[in-house]
Design a protein around this ligand. Structure first.
Ligand code: HEM
Length: 147
């Protein structure tokens, strides 16, 4: 359908290397909620957010996040196949002290990145398409908090 095309085309248009876009996203995230920085045990190795985001451990996490988004985009037709993976991923985030509410700020940061990377191609239907996919990913991850 149309939504999937919007997501696939826009994701592809960001180019092969998604890490710089992930850095934009996480720079925004730590701007909106600096406390999230402290959930990374290795944040003690850096001072301010932009410094952290150039450290290898943070770049690793940014890369992992981009890979998960990439997997979701590739599986738009069968997102349910990622459910177990995402539930476990949620569990791991519970273990490091992330609260499910923080995924709202993550979503905002994702949209911020898309808007700044896509420019005029960032339209209301595109935004809605991404929000829909993101909310499926987040609800799957959030199941990791249940007992
Ligand atoms: C692992 C924090 C959001 C994907 C981790 C770890 C921390 C962390 C502390 C363990 C250390 C590490 O692997 O670097 C956070 C925080 C987030 C966030 C504070 C924002 C609230 C996300 C999102 C995704 C994601 C949105 C993907 C959709 C991953 C992956 C791992 C990971 C794939 C590795 C899990 C494994 O070891 O199997 N995260 N994360 N994270 N995170 Fe996040």
């Amino acid at each position: 359908e149309k939504e999937k095309g919007l997501i696939r085309d826009s994701w592809e248009s960001l180019g092969k290397n998604k890490v710089p876009h992930g850095i934009v996203m996480f720079t925004r995230l730590f701007e909106l909620d600096p406390a999230l920085l402290t959930l990374f045990s290795y944040s003690t190795n850096c001072g301010v957010a932009h410094e952290c985001l150039s450290s290898p451990e943070f770049l690793d996490h940014v890369t992992k996040v981009m890979l998960v988004i990439d997997a979701a985009v590739s599986h738009l037709d069968d997102l349910h196949t990622l459910e177990d993976f995402l539930l476990n991923l949620g569990r791991k985030h519970q273990a490091v002290g992330v609260k499910p509410q923080s995924f709202a700020v993550v979503g905002e940061s994702l949209l911020y990145m898309l808007q700044s990377s896509l420019g005029p191609a960032y339209t209301t239907p595109l935004r809605q398409a991404w929000l829909n996919m993101y909310s499926i990913v987040v609800s799957a991850m959030t199941r990791g908090w249940a007992k």
